[in-house]
Design a protein around this ligand. Structure first.
Ligand code: NAD
Ligand code: UFG
Length: 353
């Protein structure tokens, strides 16, 4: 079974790739490398001892995607390609609509032409907006508060309309909570460009001495220690959720599922866990609240268990330990990886070794 993985070179994509290859599936990964480095996919292959096909392509290029679907004999698509920075989406909303929404529309058109009608899409807990109740289940009203979140909402609606118009489609919509951590090998992980927006990459860079201290955005929330609470989920658990979704899309329909642990951890709890596994101290200061942040958000993962037979397995300690191993082994992310000479667009990465 050949899977097309869009955004395959990215943080979550590289881990999904490992899960797919380890499960014996074949993968063609596409990425425009706007926020990634294809060294990640070289490393995926050394982890799995199997090769994959990489194409440097953009999901907005319908013809290129159609040709890949047809030529590679793809039977299902996992669609992760997208822009994801909330703050940036406020500054450049049209870029986000064009990349995320139009990109998905073109991808789906190519799929329809190639008669490939199984799709797993990465949505986000951000579609819920500020929680009205906790834990957040899939019936929670939607109300994203930024353009990035709205692209996810619009895409979800588009996918539901596609199914309504043609009930051959099998669509899984996965709403991720807060993915963190890295593969236990320390070979693939999150490699943010510039100043990290998210908590764990920032904490890891403080621990290794690349940044002086962490600013905690708000210490006066209505939570036990005053700092924000999130549902951090190990990226390897998240990746296995995609495999479960693929396996459970046995009937036409649209399945919308939270991928979270069901447990909330505060910023201070994350700092303490990271200090414990790394043996380093994480200096911090408490600053102002970040605009748009909520006090507490965590998932109700019940439906994921019922519908996909999936549950997260890894603890916060494991998330921090794996994230730290990745940071220690790759202080500059993938930037120190030797550049490979690429001679063709469609060659297997493994064949270039
Ligand atoms: P990432 O930036 O590491 O990966 C996204 C990949 O998509 C990158 O490799 C990028 O180069 C590629 N890409 C972007 N636009 C493209 C296009 N038009 N054509 C081809 N490739 C393109 O981000 P990630 O954390 O791995 O996120 C993957 C998906 O999961 C995204 O859709 C994101 O919105 C979603 N998501 C992420 C989080 C998170 O906290 N990381 C949370 C919820 C949802
Ligand atoms: N935080 C800090 N300091 C930092 C970074 C984060 O105190 O330097 C705090 C935040 O205020 C928040 C918590 O750490 O309380 C988590 O923040 P993240 O930025 O890591 O995660 P968010 O929950 O804000 O957002 C993430 C993704 C979004 C996604 C959302 C829900 O960035 O894209 O999870 O899935 F929509």
């Amino acid at each position: 079974m050949m899977i097309l993985l869009t955004g395959g070179a990215g943080y979550i994509g590289s881990h999904v790739c490992v899960a797919l290859l380890d499960a014996g599936l074949d993968v063609v990964a596409i990425d425009n490398l706007s926020n990634s480095n294809k060294a990640s996919l070289e490393r995926v292959q050394s982890i799995c001892g199997r090769s994959l096909v990489f194409r440097h392509a953009d999901v907005r290029d319908e013809e290129a995607i159609y040709e890949i679907l047809r030529d590679c004999g793809v039977t299902a698509v996992i669609h992760l390609a997208g822009l994801k920075a909330v703050g940036d989406s406020n500054v450049r909303p049209m870029t986000y609509y064009e990349n995320n929404v139009l990109g998905t529309m073109r991808l789906v058109s190519a799929m329809k032409r190639a008669n490939v009608k199984t799709l797993v899409f990465s949505s986000s807990a951000t579609v819920y907006g500020p929680p009205r109740y906790l834990p957040v289940d899939e019936k929670h009203p939607l109300g994203p508060t930024n353009p990035y979140g709205r692209t996810k909402c619009f895409i979800e609606e588009i996918l539901r309309d596609i199914y309504r118009s043609d009930d051959d489609w099998r669509i899984g919509i996965l709403r991720y909570f807060n993915p963190v951590g890295a593969h236990e090998s320390g070979l693939v992980g999150e490699d943010p460009l510039g100043v990290p927006n998210n908590l764990l990459p920032f904490v890891a860079q403080v621990a290794i001495g690349q940044r002086d201290k962490l600013s905690i955005w708000g210490g006066d929330y209505d939570t036990p220690d005053g700092t924000g609470i999130r549902d951090f989920i190990h990226v390897v658990d998240l990746a296995s959720g995609h495999l479960s979704a693929l396996r459970h899309l046995t009937r036409p329909g649209v399945l919308t599922v939270n991928l979270g642990t069901g447990n909330g951890s505060s910023v201070l709890e994350v700092i303490r866990a990271f200090e414990a596994v790394s043996g380093r101290s994480i200096p911090y200061e408490i600053g102002e609240r970040r605009a748009g942040d909520v006090a507490i958000c965590y998932a109700d993962p019940t439906f994921a268990r019922e519908a996909l037979g999936w549950r997260s397995a890894r603890s916060l300690q494991q998330m921090c330990a794996d994230h730290w191993r990745w940071q220690l082994k790759n202080p500059n992310g993938y930037r120190d990886t030797p550049v490979l000479k690429v001679q063709g667009r469609s060659r297997s990465l493994a064949s270039r070794r």
